[in-house]
Design a protein around this ligand. Sequence first.
Ligand code: HEC
Length: 178
Amino acid sequence: MISGTRLLSGGRVLLCCGAFAMFGIDAGAAQVPPRPVIDPAKELAAIKAASDLDDNPADAEAVQTVCTACHSSSQFLSSPRSSSRWEQLFGEMARFGARPTDAQVNQIVRYFQRNLMVVNVNTSPAEELEPTLQTDPAATSAIVMRRAQKKFTGIADLAAIRGVDRAVLELLKDRLQF
Ligand code: HEC
């Protein structure tokens, strides 16, 4: 047991110093600044910090695992888009090589719907409104029925629908179009 532990720790030291030395030689020989390193812990913290509207940490983890494999989350955290534009972008990322599992796709879609999707209250389909506004089906259909009669004019108007959470609307206000 003891010799096994020693062997292991000896191996770790070798690995550490070998890698360090190689890094030093490479950087010196190439004379180029090191490539920016993606720090998974920092990325996860940024993704969680940008998610006022999703309290499921597993969603943020899926976004970090899949969407920061090639670049930083700063590529997408400050650029809300409509559903169709996100769909198009996910297609592009898949062509670049993004390979999420089915479970990760669901988590990523939920994260983006809650935190980074722009919806038009008067025109977006119910299935886009519901996850972004975080309404239940009854409130969503009340919105759809009301807008068929009379377009919504703003947050106060929308908040008057039973089942719509005004606190959520306040957090969403930059992503709501009327
Ligand atoms: C396999 C590597 C890879 C993965 C995984 C990946 N991307 Fe990208 N992404 C790229 C590359 C390469 C570019 C740069 C394309 C360019 O500069 O035109 C890019 C650019 C972007 C851009 C900026 C381009 C634009 O049209 O605004 C956004 C936003 C983006 N990625 C979001 C994501 C999201 C969200 C995910 C997770 C679903 C993701 N990426 C996963 C490779 C990847």
